[in-house]
Ligand binder design. Structure first.
Ligand code: FEO
Length: 394
């Protein structure tokens, strides 16, 4: 994808990855992704903000050449992860005069990850500014709005926030700017769920801090640029708020139909009580379905078969994902079917340390569910109803 103009003297020389299907060997990318790198030209100096994924070197270099960049004074690194830092050594080689501008913590990470000469670094502190002549860059530290070294760069005169991964989306598109449509919202929500959700509290804090800045445009490193920052900022305010929805997610796996019977029964019982249910078949569903639903759900009920005496591996996977992403769940319950013995409940509790206070019920039943088992599931639906009522959800 060619060079894209953001505004006079501001260009995106990054690359679009239409074909990438997996990030971190974990996160599915149904819409591909992009790696944005921005050139900001002032009256006296020129800066580049972030680089791109090494696999996209050819496109990145082509765009730099198309721009006609002859001198680069500053390469700013907002975040050390390799999909944005990986080509820093190349840029420093192409522009021997360029200074690598970042914070102390990020410098340490970059030195761990990449071969970069100590002499090339200029270290900035929170609130420091860097003049490009008629343009001024301000550095805003945002530790743990992703990684511990994360920072934003704010271009004062143009009121543009270069936000790094924050507010981004895994969305390959030829459009430079967000259409603020359902496709963008869905991609941004998946991205929030899979990348940003564990940092919800820090994001809340930094959304407040950013209210002190006049922001006319947000340039993240993945996905389109937002000309209407309120579109994405309001979504983040909603997603990171403490408010949950009247919704129950049921990640399940059923080896011989017993769990499926129970899941169907629970779905019917919850639905009759006015509660939305999302079934996630852990064999058929991709990760993004589970993570997206976790953004606002009030309750999760794990429902899994026993393998030997432990939980089915897909339940272990679901528990590990949910525990790591720390969604704002209020209630967690555990259901298991077993043949001769089960330690599933104990194991699942160990796998969910971040939700030990939210686990309110567990039920193990032997073989195919009998009438008394289904009655017990109806009681679980009653408990969930009471809990949702207590939260003011219905
Ligand atoms: Fe897109 Fe944290 O890297």
């Amino acid at each position: 994808m060619a060079l894209r103009k953001i505004k006079e003297n501001i260009y995106n020389v990054g690359a679009i990855d239409w074909d990438r299907t997996l990030f971190d060997e974990l996160v599915p990318l149904p819409e591909g992704t992009s790696y944005n790198a921005f050139i900001v030209k002032g009256s006296e100096k020129t800066a580049m903000i972030d680089s791109v994924e090494p696999a996209k070197q050819e496109e990145f270099v082509r765009n730099i050449k198309e721009y006609g960049l002859e001198r680069l004074d500053y390469l700013i690194c907002n975040h050390a992860e390799q999909d944005h830092s990986g080509l820093i050594p190349l840029v420093l080689e192409m522009f021997p005069e360029a200074r690598l501008v970042t914070n102390e913590k990020c410098k340490g990470f970059l030195q761990d990850l990449l071969p970069i000469d100590e002499e090339r670094f200029d270290i900035v502190k929170d609130g420091d500014i860097l003049s490009l002549g008629d343009k001024t860059l301000e550095f805003i530290f945002a530790a743990l709005v992703h990684w511990p070294e994360t920072m934003f760069t704010y271009l004062r005169e143009d009121r543009i926030l270069f936000s790094g991964d924050f507010l981004g989306s895994h969305l390959a598109t030829s459009e430079t700017f967000s259409r603020d449509d359902a496709q963008t919202q869905m991609a941004a929500m998946r991205y929030y769920a899979e990348i940003m959700m564990p940092f919800r509290a820090m994001i809340q804090k930094h959304l407040k801090k950013l209210e002190n800045y006049e922001i006319e445009m947000v340039c993240p490193v993945h996905g389109p640029v937002y000309k209407n920052p309120e579109f994405i900022m309001n979504l983040y305010r909603e997603w990171t708020s403490d408010q949950v929805s009247n919704k129950v997610i049921i990640p399940f796996v059923s080896m011989h139909g017993s769990i499926r019977t129970v899941v169907e029964h629970l779905t019917d019982e919850l639905s009759r009580r006015g509660i939305e249910v999302i079934q996630i078949n852990m064999i058929e569903s991709e990760l993004g379905k589970l993570t997206s639903e976790l953004v606002d759900s009030a309750t999760v009920v794990f429902a899994g078969s026993t393998v030997l005496t432990g939980p089915h591996p897909t339940m272990v996977y679901a528990a590990a994902v949910i525990n790591a992403l720390r969604p704002k769940l209020k209630n967690v319950a555990l259901l298991t079917s077993f043949g001769w013995a089960s330690k599933c409940t104990d194991t699942m509790k160990v796998l969910l340390p971040n939700f030990k206070n939210q686990i309110f019920d567990s039920y193990d039943f032997k073989g195919h569910p009998k009438a008394e088992d289904l009655e017990r599931i109806s009681e679980l639906a009653d408990q969930i109803l009471e809990r949702h009522q207590a939260l003011g959800l219905l």
